[in-house]
Design a protein around this ligand. Sequence first.
Ligand code: CUO
Length: 638
Amino acid sequence: MVLGALEKQLRVLPLFEYASIPTKEKFALKAHRDPKLQGLGVLGRGQLFSLFHAEHLAEATKLYEVLIGAKTFEEFLDLCHQVRDFVNEGLYVYAVSVAILHRPDCKGVSLPPIQEIFPDKFVTVQTLYDAFKEFWQNPHKEEDVIVDMQTTGNILDPEYNLAYYREDIGINAHHWHWHLVYPATWRPEVIGKVKDRKGELFYYMHQQMCARYDCERLSNGMPRMEPFHNFHEPLEGYSSHLSSSINGLPYPSRPDGMTLQDLKEVSVQDLERWRDRISDAIHIGHVEDENGSHVPLDDTRGIDILGAMVEASYESINQAFYGSIHNWGHVISARVLDPDGRYHLNPGVMSDTATSLRDPIFYRWHRFIDNMFQDYKETLPHYNHSDLEFPGIEITKVLLNAEHTNNINTFKEFSMLDLSHAYEFGRDGAVKVRFSHLNHEDFHYKIQVENHTSKTKPATVRIFMAPKYDELGNELDTKNLRRLMIEMDKFHAEIHPGHNTIVRHSKDSSVTISSARSFGQLAHGEGINEHANEYCSCGWPDHLLVPRGDEKGMPFHLFVMLTDWLHDQVGDHGKTGMCTDAVSYCGAKDQLYPDRRPMGFPFDRHIELEHLKDWVLPNMKDTLITVTHHEEIHNHNH
Ligand code: CUO
């Protein structure tokens, strides 16, 4: 029998329901276990799974490889049922998710949102308690119970000003999904699918998260962050108010002033050694593989090699020597409160991709990581005219159309998160959390282009934004500006001889995904079909496409550039195939990255001139816009 996508979707959803509790299925019995599952179950249940931890990830890899290797959809489901109750809860959800994203027979099947599978990783524990209290007290089982999200602090901690951003549900879900699509241990020769430019994408996606975070800081009148490069420096405090539903223990709160401590798996000195070796390699211009051969860090493959090495991933060169600095940094910073495990504490939020973005140290750690990549980029020559120009093509005017021209309004808005698929409430009505998040009005770009040639020219349109002023009110020079440039969109357009007007809507951005479908919507089969090619759960949330801005109208550069698509194009530019909704940060699934240029081009390299206006060519346009924040909350519920 051939199952359709809808039927598969309905059979996959229960795999993720009530994931924190055992199912007591007959499969849990050892006697029923497939021999392929031998050796699994090492990480105990009730432990917090971390895909930054080499041993956890090794076990998860073993499981997802078995699940991807299952011959039929039925066998795959059967194996999932068998492992569900004996492997670790978080490891199970991770491995099953990776398998669904990569099994050809799961084409068209969507993953339910991680925030509905493990709401305890997204919703403060006092909010969950409020929900339980409300539900016990409400005898009308058909009614929805709705509680408001409780916050995690106040502005006595200045960093709390950014909590709305760090603790945003969509941003954390994006990060979880990104690491599902790009597992550090991906073995192309085993699974038969290459992850093109995976190391470079690791660098670029995280570079963009840092840039976006700094745009957000400047929007809030906060200075840009300091990189965490001195591993003995005290950490700032953070309290997530999260508590794990698989073991009841909180994610520990970190008071101000703690420092990194050695773990039995890795020491602070290991991190320092790896940092220095990588830094040496960057400045010498090559890395040394296991046999002592030199692998050049040239301008075509250098960033991809470095990205893999720094993460580290399966593709890392000479991991024995260059180590795994980024991953262990996550683990070590999550365990400062109980480094040797004597108190049986949970690790902090830094060790889980679904929670790490909440902690201010995440961004400082990644700013340090990004600075290593930027050190490398500084060794490359700056782009010259022939790299940047597009002969015959001139952008004459760029307008941003919204309520007011060249201004984007941002505001707060309420959304709901349904808890009913994670906890069994035994009622018809749902139990929901109401939370506020940043959002922006819809807008579109209107780009006027002259084609001075007599031929139609296919073009790549590249759109970026960056703040005009730094934290002190000084105009940012190109050296600083390029680090803050956030990609807004990238798309293909045909430029006919003469005058052209390109109109592009913010909703179509190549950075964002169309809004995620909830567990309930998927259970009703909404939008499920084999040929669905828009939704793959990876992508920046649309509500955070635009930085907050400020109440006065914060000035931003809106930078638009057209390049020659015939030169940029790779494959079919991601126009066919699955999951091409959010290619900028997530790539096109199972295909080559659909842009030949280095990621972040043209801002990935040093710019030789101090002022952006002196550097722009006719195929570029720098327009001043403002982003105005309105404090009132819009009520737009679903
Ligand atoms: Cu995504 Cu450090 O890799 O968080």
